[in-house]
Ligand binder design. Structure first.
Ligand SMILES: [Zn+2]
Length: 175
């Protein structure tokens, strides 16, 4: 059970990483580090997607994932993101089982637990919450936000302090 939860969370985090990719270099790095996440053929240009020679760029699938992230993974979007990876002959293992990719499992998990798909309040990146109370994508973002809120409350109090000084001065002048 614990093992399953860890794998599930790892798949979700990989999906968040995929959704946050910006450059071709990042995509290349991702592709080589998470080889089993998506079918290798998916990364090749001109690949057949859902039986059609569709937009081959990984950004096409990514834009779908990003839209679903914004909309909290509604069932329709999840289904289309899952079936988007066409069933190619290589995916059929044996006579009755079809290979299910970690990418598809991650979408499925977010369909049932959409609260996990969030945007970091500090850096703005998409991330997956391991518990409902999570607000930031990482420890460094949480630390950064703490620092910032300290600075903000200091500035606020400094102004209050200055304000009270001014008021005191004003009172003194009025006397
Ligand atoms: Zn962050």
């Amino acid at each position: 059970m614990k093992q399953r939860a860890t794998n599930e969370l790892r798949n979700l985090r990989t999906l968040a990483d995929f959704s946050n990719l910006e450059t071709a270099e990042q995509a290349d790095y991702f592709r080589h580090n998470y080889r089993e996440f998506l079918p290798e053929e998916f990364w090749r240009p001109g690949v057949l997607l859902a039986g059609k020679r569709g937009p081959s760029d990984w950004r096409y699938l990514q834009s779908g994932v990003r839209a679903a992230w914004r909309e909290k993974f509604p069932p329709d979007a999840c289904l289309s993101l899952i079936v988007f990876l066409a069933i190619s002959p290589e995916q059929i293992e044996g006579s009755e089982s079809v290979k299910v990719w970690p990418y598809q499992k991650a979408i499925m998990t977010l369909a049932t637990e959409p609260w996990r798909a969030r945007f970091c309040k500090s850096c703005g990146n998409r991330y997956v919450a391991d518990k409902p109370g999570r607000v930031f994508c990482s420890d460094s973002c949480a630390k950064e936000a703490r620092k910032l809120s300290k600075r903000i409350s200091w500035t606020k109090h400094r102004d209050e302090w200055r304000g009270s000084k001014k008021r005191q001065r004003g009172r003194r002048q009025a006397q």
